[in-house]
Design a protein around this ligand. Structure first.
Ligand code: SF4
Ligand code: MG
Length: 333
């Protein structure tokens, strides 16, 4: 609720603070238990920072993250005490984008996966080895892989190792930060399918951060679109992809590949670069790139508002525009 994360901008030579980057600037959303909640937007929109702030890997500048713990009830992560955090932390894990840099090259795969259990003292000796073997099997690797080092594995296998480590403490919520973006397209589907089957098997909830709309369409139940530190649209995946209410969502969707090349239309090109989050445009942040922009868009900030059916959008014209969604994919027989 109202989540903010601002970073100081320092002057190079004097290291004086000369401004603020509002990476996350008042973000509201709810993730329901058991769902995959997609968070999409162009790079630099604040989606990864949002994911990290939800886990309190970054201290929020403002707003709050409330986690509903089965026994403790709702806990504000920003003000939780040490005892509470000790119980919450294992339940909230992260899978990183780059499986090549996120695993310590000097540690065996077994140690990498065992580490969270060693730190939290949940397993020892024989039990720990058995648990590592079990986790390797769960992610589609083999127990004997425990004695090898990360360099012996492909990108997809390394991401499986990262997933095994994230599962070690029986988490409930996993932030997946671009988990397949560094992988070959052929491997992406395998890792996405693995994430889906693990979700069903272990009753997991995912916050799935990605710039890739095709991936999000495949995996997410609901989606939030971010632009320059703000959520500009939220809805079910179908609402968002097939009846978007915010011009920025429409523009993102227009870049998706078309199922039927004969019906290919000219994409609503996203002209111009993303403005700097240190100095965002007045009014609607999207107005310099929006083909529907009117005078009020340049001065009045549109609020995220409920349009019915669980869909929310931050656009002055959300009720009147007829925006174009993605083309439905053909049914695979
Ligand atoms: Fe475009 Fe105006 Fe809507 Fe912003 S508020 S998306 S500028 S129409
Ligand atoms: Mg990122």
């Amino acid at each position: 609720t109202g989540l903010k994360k601002h970073f100081p901008v320092k002057n190079g030579l004097l290291r004086r603070v000369v401004g603020q980057v509002k990476a996350v600037d008042g973000v509201d959303f709810t993730i329901n238990r058991g769902e995959t909640f997609g968070l999409v937007g162009e790079s630099g929109c604040g989606k990864s920072t949002t994911g990290r702030t939800v886990l309190r890997l970054e201290e929020p500048t403002g707003g709050e993250v409330v986690y509903h713990h089965e026994e403790l009830g709702p806990v504000n992560i920003g003000t939780a005490d040490r005892q509470q955090l000790k119980r919450l932390r294992p339940e909230m894990q992260i899978i990183f984008q780059d499986p090549f840099s996120s695993l310590d090259a000097r540690m065996t795969v077994g140690r990498i996966i065992a580490e969270p259990m060693v730190i939290n003292r949940t397993h020892h000796g024989r039990e720990l080895r058995d648990r590592v073997a079990e986790l390797l099997t769960v992610v589609g690797l083999r127990p004997e892989h425990a004695s090898r080092y990360p360099h012996a594995f492909s990108g997809g296998q390394r991401q499986r190792i990262g997933i095994a480590r994230a599962l070690a403490l029986n988490p409930k919520l996993i932030v997946c930060d671009e988990p397949v973006s560094a992988l070959d397209v052929s491997v992406q589907a395998q890792v996405l399918n693995l994430l889906e089957s693990l979700q069903a098997q272990f009753d997991l909830t995912y916050l799935f951060v990605s710039h890739d709309l095709s991936v999000v369409e495949h995996i997410a139940d609901r989606v939030a679109v971010m632009y320059l530190g703000k959520v500009v649209e939220v809805g079910t995946t179908d609402q968002l992809f097939y009846s978007p209410k915010m011009p920025y969502t429409e523009a993102l969707l227009s870049a998706l590949p078309k199922p039927d090349p004969r019906k290919r239309t000219r994409p609503t090109l996203l002209t111009g670069d993303v403005p700097s989050p240190a100095n965002p445009p007045h009014g609607c942040h999207f107005h310099p790139r929006c083909k529907y922009a009117q005078d009020r868009c340049r001065t009045e900030v549109p609020q995220l508002r409920d349009l019915g059916g669980g869909q929310l959008a931050a656009c002055h014209l959300a009720d009147s525009l007829e925006l174009k969604g993605a083309e439905p994919l053909p049914d695979v027989p």
